[in-house]
Design a binder for this molecule. Structure first.
Ligand code: ADP
Length: 184
């Protein structure tokens, strides 16, 4: 499903983010930036060693990447030219500013994409796997952050959310309908 918000198409698809042909894909990385499980592992496997090499250089320069921040590297062998690595919050029951951090992870990623002059970017369901963020709550924060960003920034033509499994897709799609109906 998709909707046009201001000048940008926001689209939800079920699939594998490593196969997306957007200018950038976003990685749900961890602060160490050295790869991991889930979508992070899949991106490094598909993209090859050039991504990890650049992550290592960046980590040597800036240290650990705090939750809510983002950096950008090559896309290596991926169709996407760039990977934007961001760190979502670990879910602690909602009392540790998880929503603010998750919103920030999206906004910082979108800012990097816009600064680079990119036209299209794809997000996975950040924090909803190993980090334990309930998908309904994550969907609301992630989609609202994207809607808010493209409401004032018109450089990006396409923001995709690529949901790996069909239950997660349904949850994001239902939330997206609610959010876009409200703003129309
Ligand atoms: P986090 O540590 O931020 O929770 P995970 O990688 O554990 O990150 O999970 C985030 C989401 O990414 C989960 O919904 C998981 O199903 C999904 N995911 C895993 N592999 C892929 C993939 N190849 N493409 C898109 N989404 C994926």
């Amino acid at each position: 499903m998709e909707a046009t918000v201001n000048r940008t198409v926001i689209r939800l698809v079920q699939g594998d983010i490593t196969r997306q042909a957007t200018d950038a894909i976003v990685n749900a990385a961890n602060s160490g930036l050295m790869g991991g499980g889930g979508v992070d592992g899949a991106i490094h496997r598909a993209g090859g060693p050039a991504i990890l090499e650049e992550c290592r250089r960046i980590r040597d320069e800036i240290g650990r990447l705090p939750a809510g921040k983002a950096i950008i590297t090559t896309g290596g062998n991926l169709k996407a030219k760039y990977v934007i690595h961001t760190v979502g919050p670990v879910w602690h029951g909602g009392t540790k500013q998880e929503a603010e951090t998750l919103a920030s992870a999206h906004i910082e990623s979108l800012k990097l994409a816009a600064e680079k002059g990119l036209r299209s970017v794809s997000f996975p369901a950040i924090s909803t796997g190993a980090y334990g963020y309930p998908a309904e709550l994550a969907a609301k924060v992630a989609l609202q952050a994207a809607v808010d960003f493209v409401g004032v920034n018109t450089n990006l033509k396409e923001v995709n959310f690529v949901l790996f499994d069909s239950p997660t897709y349904r949850i994001y799609a239902d939330m997206f309908s609610q959010i876009t109906q409200k703003s129309n």
